[in-house]
Design a protein around this ligand. Sequence first.
Ligand SMILES: [Zn+2]
Length: 141
Amino acid sequence: MSSPNDASIQDAARIARAISHPVRLQILNELREDGAYVMHLTTVLGRPQANISQHLMVLREAGLVRAIRDGMTVLYEVTDPQVLTVVDQLIALARQRAGRRELASGEADGEQGGGRRRRRRGKCRCPRCSQKARPGRHGRG
Ligand SMILES: [Zn+2]
C-alpha cells in the first residue's frame, strides 16, 4: 500500500505542482513535436524570454524537460512522452467540463471554434522555423 510518505507520491505531487501553471501547460504542449527552441516558445506564447526561462527552470527542476545545447541556442524537450499524456488528460478533462457547462446554459451549438490554432510561426526566427520558411531545397545539412 502506498502511504503519503511514499517517495513516488511525493514525486507525483512535485510533478503536479510543476505542471500546474497555464504557461507551463502551454510550454509542454509546444514541446510535443520534437521539442522547441526558447526563441520559439517566446514567439508562440508571446511572452518575454525571462518569463519563459523561469517557467522552463521549474519544469527542469521537476525533471519534466531537459535542455540540449545547439550551437548558440538551446533546445528544450520533454524527458518522457508520458508527461504529455498527463497534459493531454488535463486538457481533455477541462474541455469536457467546458462542454458540459455550455450544454447547461443552453448554448450548445455543435461546433465550438476551439480547434483553431493561433500559431504565429511566420514571425518566429528560431533555427527550426527559419529552416522551414526557406522555400525549395530539401537539403540535409
Ligand atoms: Zn520557431
